[in-house]
Design a protein around this ligand. Structure first.
Ligand SMILES: *Cc1c(COP(=O)(O)O)cnc(C)c1O
Length: 545
C-alpha cells in the first residue's frame, strides 16, 4: 500500500514513538509519533525531524506531602533505539557557533525520525537539547533554532530532498527563515524568497487557549539570532507582531494550515480571524495508530459480533490494568466493579477534580467501591496550580485507599494500560479548550466507553447512550463558575442515572455499547485516515485558483 504524495519533512518538538524513547511529553508528541507510523504504513515519503532530549520531559515523583517532585534523569540509548548518522551541521545561537549532531531512529523504515543533538564536548549551548519544555525562554528560542534551522540544514546534509515542510505547532517556524535565507543566498530578494517559502510550508495549530500560544519579544529573537541575518526586527514584527507570536508567524508563512478536530478548526478560525495575510485553516481530526494502541482481541471480537468474546477480552485488559495499578500504587481494585479512568496533563481547564466536587454524592460510591477511579497525569514543573491538582488526586487516594489510585509519571505504558483496561474513559475539559484529545480515541477503539464533555474530537463520534455519553450538552458560559456548576451537575447525572445502572444492571446493553463504540471509531479515528487527509488537504499543492 503506497500513497502518492510529495516528499515531506515533518518538524515537531517531541515524538512519542515508543516508551523506550523519552523524547515526548504528551499529546503533541504521541500525535507526531502516530503520524510517522501512519506515514510508514501508507508508504509515504516522509521524514520526522526532532530533538534528542538528553533528559526528556519531567519525571514525576510524589513526596510525603503528596506534592509533585520534578526529577530529570539522563537517558542513554543503544543502537537498537537510534544510530549515529555521522552527519553534523551547525547553527548560530546568540553569536556562538554550535555544532549539531544528527541521530536516526529507523524503526519505521520509509518514515524515519532524525533527532538533533547539541550535547557535544566543547560545544557552547550544549544544554539546548537537555530538557523538553523546561528552562528559560531564551533557551526555548535556542531549541527552536536547532529544530528549525538545524533541521533544514540536516536535511541538506543528509541529501533528503523535500517538497513540503510541515510544522507541527509553531515551534518549527524558524525553518521558514532558513529556507528564505537559502533562497536569498541564491540571489532572490527577501520578499521573493518569503513568497516562495510560503508555497512550501504547511502548519498545524493545536492550541485554542490564547496564552498557550508561544510568544517572544522580537528583541529576544534578534539577540538569539533567530532571524539568521535576513529577517530583521522590523520584518519580525511584520510577520509575528510584538511580541512575536509563533502561531501568527506560522500562519503567515504557510500556504495552508489546519486545526486538529472539526470543532477546533472553527475555534482556530475565529481565534485567528484578525491575522491579515494568513493561510486558510482547515480541520483534520486527529487519529491514533491502531497497531500501537488497540488490543487486537477486542477489535476482532467487535468486528465478528462476538459479544462474549468481547467481554472476555476486555476483562483481560482490565485485569492487566488492575495489576499495573497495584504494582505502581499498592491500590487493589476489584475486577467486577466499575473502573473509571482519567489521564490528562494536570492543568486547571481539564478539571480532574470535578468528580470529587460533591462529596455527598461521590463519597458513598467510593466507600462501597461501586465506583473505582484511576488517575494519571503530570503537572508542568513551573505550574503550581497543576501541582495542586496532583496533590488533590493523591489526597483522594489516601482518603479512599481501595477505590482511588493515582499512578505517577504518566507515560505510554500507563496510557496504553489505562485506555485498554478501564470500563469508562472520563473527560471533563472546559469547552472549547480541548483541541482534540487522542486518549479518548484509544479508549473508544478498545471498547472503553467515553463519558465526555462535547469538546475536541468527541462531538464527531458521540451517539449519546449508544456508544458512550455526552456530559454537559455543549454548554459554554463566559461565567466560568456557571459552566463548572453546570458540567458538574451533568457529570453526576450521567454517572448516577446512566453509567452505574447500565454497568451493573444491563450488562448486555453495556457490551453492545462497547461494540458500537469500536465500530463507530476504528476506521475514522485511525491515523491512516488522518494521514490520507494530510496528503490530500495539505501536502499536495492546492489547485491554483
Ligand atoms: C494518548 C496519550 C496522550 C494524549 O491524550 P489526550 O487525550 O490528548 O490527553 C498523552 N499522553 C500519553 C502518555 C498518551 O498515551
Amino acid at each position: 500500500m503506497s500513497l502518492d504524495s510529495p516528499r515531506v519533512a515533518y518538524f515537531c518538538m517531541e515524538y512519542g514513538l515508543d516508551d523506550a524513547l523519552k523524547t515526548y511529553s504528551g499529546g503533541l508528541g504521541i500525535l507526531a509519533g502516530d503520524h510517522l507510523k501512519g506515514a510508514h504504513d501508507l508508504g509515504l515519503p516522509l521524514v520526522g525531524i526532532g530533538l534528542k532530549w538528553k533528559q526528556g520531559y519531567v519525571q514525576q515523583q510524589i513526596d510525603e506531602e503528596g506534592f509533585q517532585v520534578d526529577a530529570f534523569p539522563t537517558y542513554f540509548y543503544g543502537d537498537d533505539v537510534m544510530t549515529d548518522t555521522g552527519v553534523e551541521v551547525a547553527v548560530t545561537i546568540a553569536g556562538d557557533h554550535v555544532r549539531v549532531k544528527v541521530w536516526k531512529c529507523d524503526a519505521y523504515g520509509n518514515a524515519p525520525l532524525y533527532l538533533l543533538d547539541t550535547d557535544l564536548d566543547g560545544n557552547p549551548h550544549r544544554w539546548t537539547t537537555g530538557q523538553l519544555y523546561a528552562g528559560p525562554e531564551s533557551r526555548r528560542v535556542a531549541q527552536e533554532i536547532v529544530l528549525g534551522v538545524g533541521g533544514v540544514r540536516a536535511l541538506r546534509a543528509l541529501g533528503i530532498e523535500t517538497d513540503v515542510y510541515h510544522f507541527n505547532e509553531g515551534h518549527a517556524l524558524l525553518a521558514a527563515f532558513e529556507l528564505a535565507r537559502e533562497k536569498m543566498e541564491r540571489g532572490m530578494s527577501r520578499d521573493e524568497a518569503l513568497a516562495e517559502v510560503r508555497e512550501e510550508c504547511v502548519f498545524t495549530t493545536h492550541t485554542p487557549i490564547p496564552q498557550g500560544n508561544e510568544t517572544h519579544p522580537t528583541e529576544r529573537l534578534v539577540y538569539m539570532g533567530a532571524g539568521l541575518g535576513v529577517i530583521d526586527q522590523d520584518k519580525l514584527r511584520e510577520i509575528g507582531g510584538e511580541p512575536f507570536n509563533m502561531t501568527v508567524g506560522a500562519l503567515r508563512l504557510a500556504r495552508v494550515a489546519n486545526g486538529v478536530a472539526q470543532l477546533h478548526g472553527k475555534t482556530a478560525n475565529d481565534m485567528w480571524n484578525w491575522v491579515e495575510g494568513r493561510a486558510p485553516i482547515h480541520a483534520i481530526t486527529n487519529g491514533v495508530h491502531p497497531g500501537t494502541w488497540i488490543d487486537p482481541d477486542v477489535d476482532q471480537a467487535a468486528v465478528d459480533g462476538d459479544l462474549d468474546g468481547l467481554w472476555r477480552a476486555h476483562q483481560a485488559n482490565k485485569r492487566a490494568l488492575i495489576a499495573h495499578t497495584k504494582e505502581r500504587t499498592g491500590v487493589q481494585f476489584t475486577e467486577d466493579k466499575l473502573l473509571i479512568g482519567f489521564a490528562r496533563r494536570a492543568v486547571a481547564y481539564k478539571r480532574a477534580m470535578l468528580i470529587f466536587e460533591d462529596e455527598q454524592k461521590i463519597s458513598p460510591l467510593l466507600e462501597t467501591g461501586r465506583v473505582q477511579l484511576v488517575f494519571a497525569g503530570k503537572a508542568h514543573p513551573m505550574d503550581s496550580s497543576g501541582k495542586a491538582i496532583v496533590q488533590g488526586l493523591v489526597e483522594m487516594q489516601r482518603r479512599y485507599p481501595d477505590s482511588v489510585a493515582f499512578i505517577t509519571d504518566y507515560d505510554m505504558v500507563t496510557g496504553a494500560a489505562m485506555t485498554r483496561g478501564s470500563d469508562v474513559w472520563l473527560n471533563t475539559p472546559r469547552r472549547p479548550k480541548e483541541a482534540s484529545g487522542t486518549s479518548g480515541m484509544k479508549a473508544a477503539m478498545n471498547g472503553v466507553l467515553n463519558a465526555s464533555i462535547l469538546d475536541g474530537w468527541w462531538p464527531e463520534a458521540v451517539n449519546d447512550g449508544k456508544n458512550g455519553w455526552d456530559i454537559g450538552s455543549g454548554f459554554i458560559s463566559a461565567d466560568q463558575r456557571a459552566q463548572d456548576e453546570h458540567d458538574e451537575a451533568s457529570l453526576y447525572d450521567v454517572l448516577l442515572n446512566k453509567i452505574i445502572p447500565t454497568y451493573y444492571d444491563e450488562r448486555d446493553t453495556w457490551i453492545e455499547m462497547m461494540r458500537q463504540s469500536i465500530l463507530d471509531t476504528r476506521d475514522f479515528f485511525s491515523c491512516h485516515r488522518m494521514v490520507r487527509e494530510y496528503v490530500e488537504m495539505m501536502y499536495r499543492q492546492p489547485v491554483a485558483a
